[in-house]
Each structure stands twice: as C-alpha cells, then as structure tokens.
Design a protein around this ligand. Sequence first.
Ligand code: UD2
Ligand code: MN
Length: 573
Amino acid sequence: MHVLYSQNSLFFCVRDRTHPDDLPFRQPHVLTVLYINQRHSLFSNNDEDLLKFRRKRFISYQELETKRSGPGENGKPVYLEGKEKELADSLFEKEAFNRLASDKIALDRSIPDVRDSKCKDIEYPKELPTASIIIIFHNEAWSPLLRTAHSVVNRSPPEYLHEVILLDDFSDKPHLGQKLKDYIGETWPDGIVKLVRTMERSGLIRARLAGAKAATGDVVVFLDSHCEANIQWLEPLLARIKGDRTRILCNEIDLIDANTLQYGGTGSSSVGGFWWSLHFSWRPIPHHEVQRRKSSVDPIRSPTMAGGLFAADRKYFFEIGAYDPGMDVWGGENLEISFRVWMCGGSLEFIPCSRVGHIFRSSHPYTFPGNKDTHGINSMRLAEVWMDGYKRLFYSHRKELLKSDAGDLTERIELRQRLKCKSFKWYLDNVYPEKFIPDEKVRAYGMVRNAESNMCLDTLGKDEKKTFDTGVYSCQNGASQAEVFTLSLQDEIRREESCMTSNGEPGSTVPFQECHGREDQKWMHNKEKELIIHKMSNLCLDRAEEGNGGSVRVKTCDDSPSQKWTFEHYLDV
Ligand code: UD2
Ligand code: MN
C-alpha cells in the first residue's frame, strides 16, 4: 500500500494500484481496492470547519450559476466550424462524441432546470442518509469525466454528500494519471473527491463493485463518467430510500447531445423494458402505472433500469446480491439487477424530480479485451440464473450461445435460493404484465409457411423498431428468429412489439408497425383452408413475389396456392 502525497494539493490518497504514469510508484500491488482520504489540517480535522467550507463552496456556485456566460453555458449547444469541425469529425469516429466541443465548455458549466415545475414545491426531510457517488471510468476523455465530478459536487448539498469516488478501471491514457490526481487535489482540497484505481481491467460491473466496496456513505449512487447532475438531483433519491431501504432508484436520464453537448430535458414519460434478446428498451409508462400515480412527479415503478445511473442503500445493495462478479466489461448487468431486485422483494423506481444528463454514444470508446461478446455471455448468465424456462425465448434469439460456456453460476444460484426469490413468471405476471410472450396464451406461433413454395414469412433482418415490409424467405426450419411469428388471442400477427398491418388496398404490401390494437392489425386464420385473412378488408395474405426477399401482399381471396399458409405450432386455446 502506498501513501501518496501530492505536494501542491494537500491531498492524500492510499491506493492499491498506481497509474502507469505515476512514477515512482510503478510496482504492482496486491491488495483489494483501498484508499483513505485524509483531511489536511487546513480544516483542523474538525468536521464543522469542513462542512462550513463545503457549504460555502456549494452556495457560491448556486449564486453564480445563472450569471455565467461562455460556450455551452446553460446547457446550450456548441457548434464548431471550418478546420475545427473537420478535426472534431475525425475524432468522433474514435471517441463517439464531440470531444473538441466538450473541451470548449467549462468543466463546471451551468445547465437548465428541466424539471416539472411541481418539483420545486416538494419539501424533502432535513435528515437524510448520506451518499457516496461512484463514478466509474475506463479511458474516459478529460472534460466529460471532470464535468461529471464538478456537477455532483456543485449540485449536492454538502450535508448529504459523503464522498465522490472516481473509480479508475485501469485506464492507460496519460491524462488520467498524475494529471488527474493533481487536478483532484488542487480543485477539491477538502478531499470530497477521491481517486481509486483497480489493479486490472475489471469491466464496468466489477468496477462498480470495487467502488461500492470502497464507499462508506449510507447510500451508493452510481453514475457513468460522462454525466451532469442537475439541480436538487440527490435529495429526492435519498428521501425515497429513507422511506424504504429496499427501493432501488433511478433518476430520469436527460440527453446530452454527443455532437453539440447540448443539455436537453427528456421528460418523464418512459419506463424500462427489455427485448427477449435481453437488450434494454424504453417504453411508455403503462396504463396501470399511470392510473396508480396521483401526480406527474410521483415515482414511476419500472420493470427494468437502463443500468448506469441509480441509487441504493449501500448495505441493501450488498444484501440483495450487488452484481454478478462473473460478468465482464459491458452489458446485461442492468437487466440482471432489475429482475433480481423485483424477484427478491425489492422494487425499482424512476424519480421524475431527480435528473441527470448523460452523453449517449453510438459506440464504445474503449476496447473489449479478447473481442468477446460480453453482452451475450453476461446475458446468458442472467438468463440461466433468473429466467427459469423463459430463457428459451432468449436462446431463440441467440442460438449460437447454446454452445457457449457461461462460467460458474453456483454462487448466483445459491444467492437466489438464500434470498428465497420469486419466479420469473411471478415477475412477468406482476411487474411487467404487458410484456408479450410469443408462445404462451396465443393461438399459434413459429414459422408461417407457404407450402407450395416452401417459403416462410420473414422480417428479412429489418430493424424492428421501425416500420418494415413483411417478406418471404426459404424456410429455415427453426434456425432463424426472423421467421418466428405469433397469432395472438387479439388476432394480431406479430413479433415482440410490432404487428402486421394492412390498409386494405388490394395489392398493397403489409408493413410491420408498432402494435396498437386497432382494426387494421386484425387477422383471421382459417386453419383448415390455410388462409390468413385481413379482417377489415376480407383480403387474403398472398405470397406475391418469387424468391428470397420477395414481398407479400393482400389480394382478393382466390384459393390459389400462393395464399395458403400454416403456422408451425397451434395451441389449444
Ligand atoms: C448503458 C449504461 C451503462 C451500463 C451499460 C450496460 C446508462 C446511461 N448507461 O451503456 O452504465 O449499465 O448500459 O452494461 O444507463 N467502463 C468501465 N470499464 C469498462 C467499460 C466501461 O469502467 O471496462 C465505464 C465507462 O467508462 C462508463 C461506464 O462504465 O463510465 C458505462 O459504460 P458506457 O458509458 O460505455 O455504457 P453505456 O452508457 O453505453
Ligand atoms: Mn454511458
């Protein structure tokens, strides 16, 4: 263990590992992540002096926030031109955001208060638990990382802000070495911001675990390293945990534009869902939840969380199983913790009055060691432990994983037994009743085959979040998810979220569109005659074009072989 002392910063830090640039402390170290943060005598080791200092800093930031001017202030966009824009564009590919624009903006810039105005009238208890904010990063760019830290320090009341832990997951970029350590020491001489480094590349899941183990506040709050915490973001989270420590709470995530760094409010109209491929999705707040809530600022119960930004009672976080340390680098942990929390007696909520911006990037600005599909394997771990028989629906999307090894799951299975968690069916029935299950309580499902041609209905690999025309492809006999369709009890022919739709014009193609339950999405299947009839127009589904990738259309029923379709499986309902 090394005690590091930065001459110019009055900042002490004991760490398990040193950044490659932190000479002369190059030798590797064998310790779990550990540090202490010692206050300098400037504060005479007196808690009251320290709090006074922090309060003054907090208040003076609020006083000046509205008077600031400069690029990006008040969350405004930054536009680059000429050579600068060219350079920014070329960097964009690697970093997946506009680093040049970000570097132009003050690290402690002001942002607009995008909350529902009702939030301002809410009074939170004076006595609240204290929070450790854990910001994990691997090779993050300088300005987003520091802007995250500044926003937290400047917008969290000091009496509740126990510490901010910058958890460096084995970065090797020079700016994250000595330079970062010095900056922290000089900027926050009271030691509120602490730097902890892992000894090896841990991936975001184990990095968060290391951060939570290092934390000593009552509550842990996790943030990505490219966020901006907004006004009064912390109090609503802490108040809700004070009310019930088994609540896991997510702030609303605002959008910081990856190109202009504009801070945009997103509203509070979504909850988390998932695709059976175990990717996260945003969905509108379901009807039953809209009815349950009395006000637009009430907490919103959500089946899942996006993953990066949430708060939990620190001890409860560990009691409920923290994270699966067998998960690597990126992906899956968000659904794992979501399923687990609900199934094991906790709950998950979005808090409309707590807002934090996040830069959504279209790719990852870091490497995946060994080029592994970590989302796939991590998801497999969660499916095996938490989804019971429903894991079939995950594997139907990821057949190739059936040959993969998810690693040792013993501890996670034991955890589920020890906590006496409920079944995944319970979760679906009670927490996410609107989730569509393609092969239960339906009339028929599987391949939809046209016998004459041995062609099957097929999505042709189209993006199912958008509208796409139904096509045909030679039947893959179960090998392709793109050929799995369901005839629902509501008379839809559908995929997970989208339904076959027709405007009833003879000869028109049949697009898949978001399911809405209206007449243009209702179909009748006559099993004996092998017909699929659009109810509204009485037209028949017809394989209109030959060959792979051909389209299907609705036409006047004429008993021709191109209008004969059978489903692979029929259920007795
Ligand atoms: C989303 C989540 C992210 C995580 C992920 C699923 C939000 C806003 N973001 O993806 O937090 O739950 O889904 O796994 O909900 N990092 C490390 N070590 C690594 C890789 C990443 O510390 O090996 C850090 C990274 O610097 C960042 C955080 O982990 O601070 C999340 O990574 P991301 O921003 O690339 O993930 P994102 O937002 O695409
Ligand atoms: Mn992120």
